[in-house]
Design a protein around this ligand. Structure first.
Ligand code: BES
Ligand code: ZN
Length: 352
């Protein structure tokens, strides 16, 4: 692609970020489907809706599927007397039900802390912080605990990951729930988890005959559990749709791929799958432009990436910086040698 085109391309990208009325309408319609966790009904409904939008703009669409194992918390709780209190299973916890007396572990749950109490055959209640969840859990297991409750060290509940499979239920709770778990009190931990393969789908929109695009515009459509994912990242997904709308009548710009990635929140899995499955496309790309969280903090828009594209952006009057902040779908492309630009509006107080 000629250097002359870059200013036009960047201006186009930026203009799409001032979301218009119809983008708001799309947002409202799609948010009705609920969270778009990979493999969920909301995720698929959102994709069907957007597929139809791309087609209405004269693009063809293609789905590329991939699958991966994932751990899901199906809803977990702890019963104390008549009270049923909720918590979140830590990722990699065992499922199951355990009824035993609670033991409050002093300190933060090091092996030395566990040596000061007797948790054998009981449920260990330990506070969050200072050492990783898995170290607290290993110490609890070594001391013979049947289950572990980790109490948050700030207000509210939390989600966490152990990082390796353990054989007992491990539940994370808020300080309020933690306070109800008194020493010696009988409790029933019920941790309901599912481990299975999740089917994920990347969506590609392109004009007929475009199989070796110069540019790939991308955004992830999936969201995390328990959040609507309006900013992260319906905002970027709808900006990509709007880019496709504006590019539709510009033959050179329409020689692009417009992509909605799945599985980003589970580790950039959609972009990784695309890079792995489409080496020829990736080799021919002159740029990958990724949009993630562009809906809040109207200023400043942050644009960052590799030097040649950053220079082009600057020539077009865009404030851009060389660098690679943020973990999103540009990363696998950059690792494959494609120049990337990452558009976002920084941290959101409602992030995840
Ligand atoms: N949207 C975020 C990344 C992000 C954060 C963009 C702040 C702009 C500003 C993305 O969906 C995310 O949460 N990424 C994870 C890592 C990923 C490998 C699961 C993250 O940043 O922790
Ligand atoms: Zn995101």
């Amino acid at each position: 692609m000629k250097l002359l085109l870059w200013p036009a391309l960047l201006a186009l990208t930026l203009s799409s970020l001032s979301l218009g009325v119809s983008t708001q309408d799309h947002a409202q319609a799609i948010l009705e489907f609920g969270p778009r966790v990979t493999g969920s009904a909301g995720n698929e409904q959102a994709r069907i809706y957007l597929e139809a939008q791309f087609r209405a703009l004269g693009y063809q669409t293609r789905r590329e599927t991939f699958s991966y194992p994932r751990f899901d918390d199906l809803g977990s709780d702890v019963r104390v007397g008549q009270q049923l209190l909720t918590g979140n299973a830590l990722q990699d916890s065992a499922g199951g039900e355990v009824s035993a007396a609670a033991v409050r572990v002093p300190g933060v749950g090091t092996p030395a802390d566990f040596a000061r109490v007797d948790v054998r055959g009981r449920v260990a209640v330990v506070s969050r912080g200072q050492i990783p969840f898995i170290e607290k859990t290993r110490a609890a297991l070594a001391a013979g605990a049947l289950g572990v409750v980790i109490v948050n060290n700030s207000a509210g509940d939390f989600r966490g990951t152990l990082g390796e499979r353990v054989d007992v239920p491990v539940l994370g709770v808020s300080p309020t729930v933690g306070a109800a778990l008194q020493d010696g009190q009988p409790v029933t931990l019920r941790v309901r988890v599912r481990e299975g393969n999740v089917q994920a789908v990347n969506l590609i929109a392109f004009k007929a005959g475009v199989d070796r695009p110069d540019v790939l515009f991308g955004a992830h459509l999936d969201s995390v559990t328990g959040a609507p994912g309006a900013n992260d990242n319906l905002s970027g997904s709808l900006a990509v749709l709007d880019l496709a709308r504006r590019a539709a009548s510009t033959p050179l710009l329409a020689r692009s791929f417009f992509m909605l990635f799945d599985g980003e929140e589970d580790g950039l899995l959609g972009s990784r799958a695309f890079v792995k499955d489409n080496p020829e496309v990736v080799k021919g790309l002159k740029a990958m432009l990724n949009l993630d969280m562009v809906g809040v903090n109207v200023m400043p828009l942050s644009v960052s990436g590799e030097a040649p594209l950053v220079e082009a952006a600057r020539r077009a009057g865009v404030e851009a910086s060389v660098g690679t902040p943020g973990s999103s779908d540009q990363v696998p492309f950059r690792q494959a040698g494609v120049p990337t630009l990452f558009f976002h509006r920084g941290l959101d107080s409602n992030y995840h």
